[in-house]
Design a protein around this ligand. Structure first.
Ligand code: NAP
Length: 306
């Protein structure tokens, strides 16, 4: 019987591992080897406190992993498909069941996709959801950013550092982004905005990858073709919580609901930390903070039971 099992190998899960390992709870950290977390797919991180020169996203993960290991955390690459029980709990994994007193769920979130076949076909060949990771590859090329939120605006402006031209494509005639961000992107001389446009198909070929897209105007229903080399998706995120369906309370978008000011979920002894229950801040440092909170919550829960 594990005292603490952590699902997730991002800043939330690894901070939970450091704290619960130092509390002598010998946590087991489970992660899906097939899917990299958001920090693992990032390059320079300049806003994580303690690194005045910045640090690479994957290096934060490696360092946190080593730190947790030093205090006795154990790691296993194993995908959790289901949690059952009412305390203690059983985690169903491809390598067998794991019995545990408490669970810290820290499975994060992933970028939302449009769901087009051509999006999948050209993923990594011109279609990407990571401006920071891939912007560099589009030096002096034309690119588009899809979305109308703060992230899309921020990324469109960021990508002007590399691209010869950035076009922001939004499905409505008003940006969802905050006013200050919207004003900034609208005024930016290197960003064009196409309003009321939905992406019907991404165009490309095997040699060149993405070459453009067919766009449908949501007002006139007319199609048009736009040529470019890079397609940057920025239409929000989806929490990685499908495996919790029917087990933990989630909101209408699938985010795990936690009690205000804590990481307690709808089930006693199950805690949630990081982007799967945070659609407001979504930062590595806030995820790490929630990871710390979840370890303290789990430790207190175990102490009370004993
Ligand atoms: P978001 O605010 O949910 O915006 C997503 C955008 O994508 C919306 O404009 C939405 O269009 C569009 N969209 C969604 N599904 C689409 C689809 N299938 N096809 C086309 N467009 C689609 O997501 P976000 O920009 O990632 O921001 C998430 C949160 O982080 C927000 O609270 C945001 O304020 C915050 N954030 C803050 C900062 C900052 O303060 N510097 C930076 C980044 C993010 P509609 O508008 O039509 O719904």
């Amino acid at each position: 019987m594990q005292k603490v099992t952590i699902i997730g190998h991002g800043p939330a899960g690894l901070t939970a591992a450091i704290y619960s390992a130092r509390a002598g709870l010998e946590p087991l950290v489970l992660s899906s080897s097939a899917e990299l977390g958001q920090l693992d797919q990032t390059t320079d991180v300049e806003n994580f406190p303690g690194f005045p020169e910045g640090i690479m996203g994957p290096d934060i993960i490696v360092n946190m992993h080593k730190q947790a290991e030093r205090f006795g955390a154990k790691f296993k690459a194993s995908h959790v498909s289901e949690i059952t029980g009412s305390g203690p709990y059983t985690l169903k994994t491809e390598s067998g069941d794991i019995e545990t007193e408490t669970v810290i769920v820290a499975t994060g979130a992933k970028p939302r996709r449009l769901g087009l076949e051509s999006e999948q076909k050209y993923w990594g060949q011109g279609v990407t959801a990571c401006a920071v990771c891939d912007g560099f590859f589009y030096k002096d090329l034309e690119i588009v950013v899809i979305g109308g939120g703060d992230s899309a605006c921020e990324e469109a402006i960021y990508l002007t550092k590399f691209a010869s031209k950035v076009t922001l494509i939004h499905r409505r005639d008003k940006l969802r982004a905050s006013k200050v961000m919207a004003d900034k992107v609208i005024a930016h001389p290197q960003v064009d905005i196409l309003w009321n446009k939905n992406v019907k198909e991404i165009l490309g070929n095997e040699d060149d990858g993405v070459t453009g897209a067919i766009l449908t105007d949501s007002v006139t229903n007319e199609d048009s073709t736009l040529n470019f080399s890079g397609f940057f998706l920025s239409i929000g995120h989806l929490p990685n919580t499908d495996f919790l369906d029917g087990f933990l309370d989630r909101d209408e978008e699938g985010y795990v609901i936690v009690q205000s000011g804590s990481t307690k979920t709808s089930k006693e002894g199950i805690f949630s930390a990081g982007d799967l229950s945070d659609k407001v801040y979504r930062q590595a440092i806030t995820a790490a903070g929630q990871g710390c909170m979840s370890a303290i919550d789990a430790e207190r829960y175990i102490a009370e039971k004993e």
